[in-house]
Design a binder for this molecule. Structure first.
Ligand SMILES: [Mg+2]
Length: 186
C-alpha cells in the first residue's frame, strides 16, 4: 500500500519540529493531525510559517488583512495570529499522533512511503517515535521521493495545485495526484 504524505514543520538548521501531518493512502483513506506540542510561539515568530502554514491550522482569534506588496499587488497577511484551537479534534499531542500514524500506516501490508522533496518529511515522520531505531516494525526506513521519479521520467508537466498549498493534507492529496499522473505517463 502506498502512502502519500506531507508534513509542515519548523526547522532552524539543527532541529525539525512537527506542526502538522497529512497522509493519503493509495486506496483513498486519509489522516490529518496538528501537533498540540508544537512550539507555537516560535512558529508565530517565523514570518514565512506565519503567513503560509499557520493560517491553515485550526485557530482561535486569527485575523488577516490585505497588504500592499508593490507592483499594484496585494497579499493576504496575518494581522492577528491568534492561538491554536485546542477544542479541534484535529489538534492532538505528539504521542497520540505517533500512535495513530503507526496504526494508519500499518493497517495494510507492505507500506510504501512517498513525499515530495521528502528528506525533511521523512525525519519529521520518523521522529514521531523518537530515535531512528525506534521506527515501528514494518515501516520502511526510507521515503520515496516524487522529485526522483519526476526527474527519472524526464520532468514531464505535472498537475498544478489549485488550493491549500502548505496545508499538509492538501499537499498530500496533490502529491498523490502528481504520482498518479506520472504513473499514467510512464
Ligand atoms: Mg506541505
Amino acid at each position: 500500500m502506498r502512502y502519500f504524505y506531507d508534513t509542515e514543520f519548523l526547522e532552524d538548521g539543527r532541529t525539525i519540529e512537527l506542526i502538522s501531518i497529512g497522509i493519503v493512502a493509495e486506496d483513498g483513506r486519509e489522516y490529518y493531525a496538528v501537533n498540540s506540542d508544537m512550539p507555537a510561539e516560535l512558529i508565530r515568530r517565523d514570518h514565512w510559517l506565519l503567513n503560509n502554514v499557520w493560517p491553515h491550522l485550526p485557530l482561535r482569534g486569527y485575523k488577516s488583512s490585505l497588504q500592499y506588496i508593490g507592483d499594484g499587488q496585494h497579499a493576504v497577511r496575518t494581522s492577528d495570529a491568534g492561538t491554536l484551537d485546542t477544542s479541534s479534534v484535529l489538534v492532538k499531542p505528539r504521542w497520540v499522533i505517533a500512535n495513530e500514524v503507526r496504526e494508519f500506516l500499518l493497517a495494510e501490508p507492505d507500506p510504501e512511503l512517498w513525499a515530495d522533496y521528502g528528506a525533511y518529511d521523512h525525519v519529521a515522520l520518523a521522529q514521531l517515535w523518537g530515535k531512528m531505531i525506534y521506527l515501528p516494525k514494518g515501516l520502511p526506513m526510507f521515503t520515496r521521493d516524487l522529485q526522483q521519479k519526476w526527474h527519472d521520467l524526464g520532468r514531464p508537466e505535472l498537475p498544478v495545485q489549485t488550493d491549500g498549498e502548505h496545508d499538509a493534507l492538501a499537499d498530500a492529496r496533490h502529491l498523490k495526484a502528481c504520482f498518479e499522473h506520472l504513473a499514467g505517463a510512464a
